[in-house]
Design a binder for this molecule. Structure first.
Ligand SMILES: [Zn+2]
Length: 360
């Protein structure tokens, strides 16, 4: 079992969800070139250490979060830490809410990315932070040595500086938002991090990651690239991003990294015990359903498709072990409640049908 282990998976909080899946790191760790294999092995070791740490904090209970500084909850309360290339969290505090930008571009990008995610949740959905109650947002940057990953550990975000294959993980705003959206899921539907509910957990993070990027760039669904982690892959890698919501399975095809394993439809659903039962793999299916809906509706994706996904996530009608079909049916109910029997309903049924997930 990798990434989120069995104990964690059954715990009330989904924990330690990384952006780069283990099958990619395993492949890199086997590379002939020690410059590639070394950092990947260290990243895997650091991930294993974090899992152990999280298992302990899951058992012992996490310390209570600080109360939000802004009682109204309509402003973010961000704190940035510099892990100084160590693996102890959170590290040294380097920027608090309202502080002027410093010299460190990584800190500034993470600060801005947290703010953008907070803004989308508030302005598009009227939600005050990821928990709906003004939760302070905490992130640590410069985690570990050549750490090629980023993760949400149940309490905060953590970003590595990258290695030979991946660049600084704060570069793509959708990666920052993806990690924070794991917090959103944790406080709402809380999908179990395994199999289909785990793939829904991953997909929701990709959806909100992409929405934050589109919101920051003021893009319509047609203008968006629908890529997750564009700009993250080093120049030597043959690929454009970590994942493609538009065309799952096409984000990269590289000698060292391997080929993007995501399916676009249920016909190609991958049954595997790896990657927590393929959580970063089969997420391609609901990702593409969202893309199909958003582009069919047109305009700003957070207004139609995003609203339906948000209503579904927060509606309370889903079990933590929801299947793709459970989720699809819940989106249909949410769309009906919000928009009636209009074009949204029709486009939604068509989108799920195109990816082979039944809604009837
Ligand atoms: Zn994730």
């Amino acid at each position: 079992m990798t990434q989120c282990d069995i104990a964690a998976m059954k715990a009330t909080h989904p924990v330690f969800c990384t952006i780069v899946p283990p099958h990619v790191l395993d492949k890199l760790a086997q590379a002939d070139d020690p410059a590639l294999a070394g950092p990947a092995r260290r990243t895997l070791e650091a991930d294993a250490a974090q899992r152990t740490h999280r298992r302990l904090t899951t058992v012992l209970g996490a310390p209570p979060a600080a109360p939000p500084a802004d009682a109204a909850g309509d402003k973010p309360h961000r704190t940035l830490y510099d892990a100084q290339h160590r693996q102890e969290l959170p590290g040294v505090k380097v920027r608090g809410e309202g502080d002027e930008p410093g010299q460190d571009a990584t800190v500034n990008r993470a600060y801005a990315g947290l703010g953008a995610t907070f803004d989308l949740l508030l302005k598009a959905f009227g939600r005050r932070s990821v928990d709906g109650n003004g939760l302070p947002l905490v992130a640590s940057v410069h985690y570990g040595e050549n750490y090629g990953n980023a993760f949400w550990d149940g309490r905060q975000m953590v970003f590595g500086d990258g290695d030979e294959i991946f660049r600084d993980f704060t570069l793509p705003v959708d990666v920052i938002a993806h990690e924070l959206a794991h917090g959103l899921t944790q406080y709402t539907a809380n999908f179990t991090y395994f199999g289909q509910p785990g793939a829904l957990n991953e997909s929701v993070s990709d959806v909100f990651g992409s929405l934050v990027k589109q919101y920051v760039n003021d893009q319509t669904a047609e203008q968006a690239d629908w890529l997750i982690g564009a700009g993250l892959l080093a120049e030597r890698v043959t690929g454009v991003a970590l994942r493609s919501m538009k065309a799952p399975g096409t984000a990269y095809d590289d000698d060292v990294l391997g080929k993007d394993p995501q399916p676009a439809t249920m016909a190609d659903y991958v049954r595997t015990g790896r990657d927590n039962g393929g959580v970063h793999i089969n997420s391609g299916i609901p990702n593409r359903a969202f893309y199909l809906l958003a582009t069919a509706l047109g305009g700003k994706a957070w207004e139609g498709a995003g609203q339906i996904w948000y209503d579904t996530l927060t509606g309370g009608g889903l079990q933590v072990d929801a299947s793709f079909t459970d989720f699809a049916r819940a989106t249909v109910a949410a769309a009906h409640a919000r928009f009636g029997d209009g074009e949204e309903q029709e486009a939604l049924l068509k989108a799920w049908s195109q990816v082979g997930v039944p809604t009837g």
